[in-house]
Design a protein around this ligand. Structure first.
Ligand SMILES: [Zn+2]
Length: 118
């Protein structure tokens, strides 16, 4: 909602303000190494051992999995409990990076409309 408002406001900004805003946004991309784009999900599992409680309808878990944004089915990555906090931080960074890139792209689209993209 806020981003939409910002984008609507771009058309009313002077070009030099767009350029300085773009520079400030791009500067915040500096920490882009620690990034995951996707989601966390939880799933239960059946181990397949005969006589295990899971065979009787009481599955193991739930366990956390990372689901890459661009992944095909079956590309879940198990997230060991000690790494859950790290994964959440990376996901949060990923969302921030995506917001920044989206806003930079919106600025560049506005610059394009003004024939001032270079
Ligand atoms: Zn089992």
């Amino acid at each position: 909602m806020k981003a939409q408002k910002n984008q609507d406001g771009l058309a009313g900004m002077p070009t030099r303000q767009l350029l300085s805003r773009r520079r400030a946004l791009a500067a915040r991309l500096g920490g882009a190494e620690q990034v995951l784009t996707g989601t966390l999900t939880e799933q239960t599992r059946r181990c397949g051992k005969a006589g295990c409680r899971c065979a009787g309808g009481e599955p193991h878990g739930p366990y956390a999995f990372f689901v890459p944004k661009t992944a095909a089915r079956g590309r879940l990555r198990y997230v060991p409990a000690p790494l859950a906090g790290v994964v959440r931080r990376y996901l949060s960074n990923g969302e921030e990076i995506e917001r920044l890139v989206a806003e930079i792209s919106a600025i560049n689209a506005e610059l394009l409309a003004r024939r001032e993209l270079s």
